[in-house]
Design a protein around this ligand. Structure first.
Ligand code: UDP
Ligand code: MG
Length: 331
């Protein structure tokens, strides 16, 4: 039997690019069959779209595909997990629906992973990010430096979800049921042999990016709280340092009063100490709160997502529905 490639496509309000993506999908399917002899199966995950994008795929897609509609917007990271749960290909490719991920790069990655049996993941790294010098870039670099500090695995910068993996890598990812998902971290944590290729994403076709600054900040915090204790350690070390200095300073004042009789001057130093320590206290409380909230989300042990419906082309429908109900009953 021919080997199979599953292509997972999470989308949120991408109606403008449905026709374009369906054309790309047809092209990809043909090339993948010709060059690598792989059958393709597309899995679209509707991550709570409020437009009619999901239904539009039904009109434009040909070939073998299914559509998993989630009950609301769970976020791209979780939508990808939903896709993984409903795929069983020998290889799994992740692609964006907005046409920023191109056929050429996808073929290149598939070629590499098939050529080397030791390789379990090939991922695309944005080459256009490295050159830009902006404040955001410095923050991003600082972020990766911090989150990778003292880890046994490294989370690569500028690598997104444009990846191809083997079925055993996909199986490993399915086991990671983190509620607050940070995919980049999960890919790195999983291990295996991975290879990177450089790519320049195409312009977005219609619609707009779903990443606002606020969302990026929230997402970075989630990354931290699920992958790193470094921020907590830094604040506690700093706190300890300040406490030691304060203690020494106290002894100095005490000695001065005892031996020279100078009364305590220094209203400014007092207020500085109060402000610095007060601020630090609040920051640390907030940070601890983040970690507690993260722990609470995991402890609730809710399912990662809720599926509203599964539809698709002829053969896929029955298989996927059967698989889904099997999963629902056996957990
Ligand atoms: N997406 C999603 N759920 C979300 C946000 C985004 O499924 O909550 C999808 C989106 O439709 C697109 C992909 O994830 O197919 C990448 O999103 P986007 O293009 O906004 O990110 P960017 O390319 O700007 O990093
Ligand atoms: Mg995009």
């Amino acid at each position: 039997m021919a080997k199979r490639l599953d292509i997972l496509v999470p989308f949120l309000n991408e109606r403008e690019s449905v026709a374009g993506f369906s054309a790309l999908a047809g092209d990809l399917a043909v090339q993948v069959k010709e060059r690598f002899g792989l059958e393709t199966h597309f899995v679209f995950i509707d991550d709570g779209s409020t437009d009619d994008g999901g239904a539009l795929y039904g009109e434009h897609m040909t070939g073998d595909w299914s559509l998993i509609t989630l009950a609301r917007n769970f976020g791209k990271e979780t939508a990808i997990l939903a896709g993984l749960d409903h795929s069983e290909g020998d290889y799994v490719l992740l692609m964006d629906a907005d046409l920023q991920h191109t056929v050429d790069v996808a073929l290149d990655m598939i070629g590499r992973i098939m050529a080397d049996s030791e390789l379990d993941m090939v991922y695309a790294v944005r080459s256009d990010r490295a050159e830009t010098r902006s404040l955001g870039r410095y923050f991003a670099n600082g972020f990766y430096w911090l989150i990778n500090m003292g880890q046994r695995y490294e989370i690569p910068a500028n690598a997104g979800d444009f990846r191809v993996m083997t079925s055993r890598f996909a199986a490993a990812l399915r086991q990671l049921r983190d509620q607050r998902r940070f995919n980049k971290g999960l890919y790195a944590w999983t291990g295996f042999k991975q290879e990177r290729i450089l790519y320049k994403p195409a312009e977005r076709q219609g619609g707009e990016s779903k990443w606002s600054r606020r969302r990026l900040i929230a997402f970075s915090l989630e990354g931290f709280t699920s992958f790193s204790v470094v921020p907590l350690r830094m604040v506690s070390l700093f706190g300890t340092g300040v406490a030691i200095l304060g203690f020494l300073y106290g002894i100095k004042i005490l000695l001065e009063v005892l031996f020279t009789g100078v009364s305590v001057p220094g209203y400014p130093s007092l207020i500085v100490a109060v402000l610095v320590l007060g601020g630090l206290n609040l920051a640390l409380t907030g940070l601890v709160g983040e970690y507690v909230w993260s722990a609470l989300s995991e402890a609730k042990n809710r399912p990662n997502y809720i599926v509203k419906s599964i539809t698709g082309s002829h053969t896929a429908t029955a298989v996927q529905t059967a698989k889904a109900s099997r999963k629902a009953t056996h957990g």
